[in-house]
Design a protein around this ligand. Structure first.
Ligand SMILES: Cc1cc2nc3c(=O)[nH]c(=O)nc-3n(C[C@H](O)[C@H](O)[C@H](O)COP(=O)(O)O)c2cc1C
Length: 189
């Protein structure tokens, strides 16, 4: 009998290079985003927002990252420059999950960032449930001040992840998973 936990037990990411079209239609994307923002949120601060990268702007974004990557490392090999340039072109939609930190709040920053992380995970899980594929990436771009400015992020905003969403172009095998018994203990007094 199928377990209600099957969506969690079977979920796995699809590497971005294996994602392609079609992407979700507008109504489906909106429904996915609506579902994704329902996350635990200490203090109801809503410490996140979403930015969509779509169409030609995905390539434009990658092109700018390639220029920045080369500026950071003039010896950057062509293959790596090309990887930067093309990374955002595979999936039809990339959701930039942005953590926006209320620094005046008594809720610790880590908890606010975790809420934003839940949004990113919900996107991966939700996309998978819709029969799509997704991968959550960060890489250097998520931590680069120049990229943050390019994305229009404020002083207390951070990229939690770039969640690439599309249709898997091939079957992707699952990876090895940790054994629960290696991780599980019971605290006793
Ligand atoms: C915060 C975060 C950032 C990540 N950034 C990257 C990344 O930059 N590059 C990468 O190859 N995988 C990255 N991953 C890992 C992938 O999202 C994913 O976990 C991996 O492809 C295996 O996926 P699965 O365990 O969901 O099947 C990141 C994961 C997390 C949680």
């Amino acid at each position: 009998m199928s377990s209600p936990l099957q969506p969690l037990l079977q979920r796995h990411s699809v590497p971005v290079a294996q994602l392609g079209g079609p992407g979700p239609d507008e109504a489906t994307l909106r429904a996915l985003l609506e579902a994704a923002i329902r996350v635990p949120d200490h203090g109801k601060l809503v410490p996140f927002r979403l930015l969509l990268l779509r169409g030609d702007d995905k390539l434009r974004f990658g092109e700018r990252l390639a220029v920045l990557a080369e500026a950071r490392d003039p010896a950057l090999p062509d293959s790596k420059r090309e990887k930067e340039r093309r990374r955002y072109t595979f999936a039809p939609v990339v959701v930039v999950v942005v953590a926006r930190i209320d620094i005046g709040s008594k809720v610790p920053e880590i908890e606010q960032r975790l809420s934003a992380g839940c949004v990113a995970y919900n996107l991966v899980l939700g996309a998978t449930q819709l029969g799509l594929g997704a991968q959550w990436l960060t890489g250097w771009a998520a931590y680069d001040g120049e990229v943050a400015r390019m994305l229009g992020l404020g002083a207390h905003e951070h990229v939690t992840g770039f969640v690439h969403i599309g249709t898997p172009q091939m079957d992707v095998p699952d990876r090895d998973r940790p054994a629960l018994d290696d991780l599980l203990g019971t605290w006793t007094a």
